[in-house]
Design a protein. Structure first.
Length: 205
């Protein structure tokens, strides 16, 4: 793709570095922005800067938040004794959109994947163990993707928490093996949370 402007070429390069964005789509975004009002571009730029500088990670559950403690953890109505373990912020959003889960979360920040050089120490697993040790947690729901990485991570956590007096459950597999939570429809995901099963039972499937 040949460009008559270095600035457009640089902008296209930045946009096309985003996941799932090819150079043609990137060029369309750039041309759209060029036609916007200066104030709109300034607002867009300010939001991008704020994403990097102003966002926080909740000190309790590690999800992305505007505050040190996220709205879910700070909500006195939520069941603080029920913790749903998920991969990242997208899964929190997916489960929240069902409107059926009333507990809190623990965001791992990824999944164990030796191929990508991601081990247990790279994830928020130690803080989960510390949470079970120091707080009155009654149940941990393992709501990770039905992939090899997700199952490996769930089993690792199961082994880490097996000696604690806490119920370990897994979401029911109305979700097909290989599927990711963020792409699962809300009804199926909601039912999977409600119809969760003991994790050790899930190992026999």
């Amino acid at each position: 793709m040949e460009f008559t402007s270095k600035l457009i070429e640089q902008a296209v390069g930045h946009f096309s570095s985003l996941p799932g964005v090819g150079k043609k789509s990137a060029l369309r975004y750039v041309l759209h922005l060029i036609n916007q009002d200066t104030q709109d571009i300034t607002n867009f730029s300010d939001v991008l800067k704020a994403l990097k500088h102003d966002l926080k990670f909740c000190k309790n559950c590690h999800t992305i938040s505007d505050h040190d403690i996220c709205e879910v953890c700070a909500n006195p109505i939520r069941n603080q004794h029920l913790v749903c373990v998920v991969q990242d912020y997208r899964d929190v959003m997916a489960i929240e959109n069902t409107g059926l889960y009333k507990g809190v979360y623990h965001v791992l920040g990824g999944l164990i994947s030796p191929m990508e050089g991601i081990g247990p120490s790279n994830l928020n697993i130690d803080s989960l163990v510390a949470k079970v040790t120091s707080q009155e947690i009654k149940e941990i729901i393992l709501a990770l993707n039905a992939t090899m990485e997700g199952e490996t991570t769930s089993f690792f956590i199961f082994k880490k928490l097996a000696s604690f007096n806490v119920t370990l459950s897994a979401i029911a597999r109305g979700i097909a093996v290989g599927d990711e939570l963020e792409y699962t429809d809300e009804v199926t995901l909601g039912r999977s949370i409600i119809n969760r099963i003991p994790y050790n039972t899930s190992l026999a499937r």
